[in-house]
Design a protein around this ligand. Structure first.
Ligand SMILES: Nc1nc2c(ncn2[C@@H]2O[C@H](COP(=O)(O)OP(=O)(O)OP(=O)(O)O)[C@@H](O)[C@H]2O)c(=O)[nH]1
Ligand SMILES: [Mg+2]
Ligand SMILES: [Zn+2]
Length: 297
């Protein structure tokens, strides 16, 4: 029997995984039929013939992000310390998707930053800045960048954010996630969308999640354009706390088991009435409670 090696999963293709050990990549398969491996996992692998290895065990995960697509792997990535939401001046970004990503991160205790990319598209900049400022008002750090017009500025921003931890860039297709990561790994050619292909063609340029290791303590993960997060596993208690602006009101409702949906004397609903909580965010909360009631295990 070959000795076990400690490795990290850097990409997943169905039941086939690629792991990295000491700077080299190895094709791996999980042992047994059930595959519950995630990109970002620390694993013990046993090398077999022809440069292949078997994944023998997965180390306990610090954090785990799920995706909602039950037909593919149910995991998006593991051991994430920082989630960077990339929104662009164009095409328009979706508030619903951003808030779902925020909920996923909050529920796992993952730090979140937002980057508004493509600030060189000046004619639409002001509107995008106003929209993204909403997330700053919730307390999330919001940065601005242009991967193409100011690559050096974008690189300095990213370097500061990702140092000594594992980060994932998420956002809709065409926001510039891969373009930003490319700046950090100039020696690797990451596919990004050609200017000539229409942004509304509905195709994702990045088709699978991939981890790039920058140094011994720093890694960054690129993911395909949104990636809906799986939030079904969240209980109502975790959901309400995942909306960080709800927290000051929790425990102040008339009923201790208030769902913050229709109850009289609900402190959260009152805050929505008074404009202290955005209606848009409460609508999503309502929708997520509804979705979690639909879950089939
Ligand atoms: N004007 C402008 N275009 C940019 C900027 N950053 C990226 N782009 C362009 O936006 C398009 C999409 O960039 P990608 O990096 O492929 O976007 P992505 O978020 O990785 O998209 P998916 O992989 O499909 O999820 C490409 O044509 C980039 O050249 C920017 O700062 N300004
Ligand atoms: Mg991409
Ligand atoms: Zn309530």
């Amino acid at each position: 029997m070959n000795d076990l090696l400690k490795a990290q999963i850097i990409s997943a293709h169905g039941r086939h995984y690629v792991a990295e050990h000491d700077g080299t990549t190895i094709q791996c398969m999980p042992r047994g039929k059930k595959s519950n491996v995630a990109v970002g996992d620390s694993v013990l692998i046993r090398p077999m013939a022809k440069g292949q290895a078997v994944i023998e065990s997965i180390e306990e995960r610090r954090t785990l992000l799920y995706r909602s697509d039950q037909f593919k792997s149910k995991f998006l990535a593991s051991n994430i310390d920082l989630l960077i939401i990339v929104a662009a001046v164009e095409p328009d970004f979706s508030d619903d998707l951003i808030s779902r990503a925020l909920v996923a991160a909050e529920a796992e205790g993952i730090e979140v930053h937002l980057i508004l990319n493509k600030i060189d598209v000046t004619e639409k900049l002001e509107r995008a800045q106003k929209r993204i400022a909403f997330y700053a008002s919730l307390g999330y750090p919001v940065h601005q960048a242009s991967a193409t017009a100011d690559p050096n500025g974008a690189l300095q921003l990213l370097k500061g954010l990702v140092k000594d931890r594992t980060s994932i860039l998420i956002g809709q297709s065409g926001m510039g996630k891969s373009s930003l990561i490319q700046l950090l790994v100039p020696d690797i050619k990451i596919p990004t969308r050609e200017i000539s292909t229409a942004l509304n063609s509905g195709r994702h340029t990045t088709t699978y999640t991939h981890l790039y290791r920058l140094d011994a303590t720093t890694a960054i993960i690129d993911s395909p354009g949104f990636q809906e997060f799986g939030l079904y596993h969240l209980t109502e208690g975790r959901l309400e706390r995942a909306f960080r602006e709800f927290r000051p009101y929790l425990g102040k409702c008339r009923f201790y088991n208030c769902h913050h949906l229709t109850e009289p004397g609900c402190a959260v609903l009152e805050a929505v009435e008074n404009g202290q909580i955005a209606q848009m965010r409460h609508n999503l909360y309502r929708q997520l409670v509804h979705e979690s009631e639909q879950k089939v295990w």
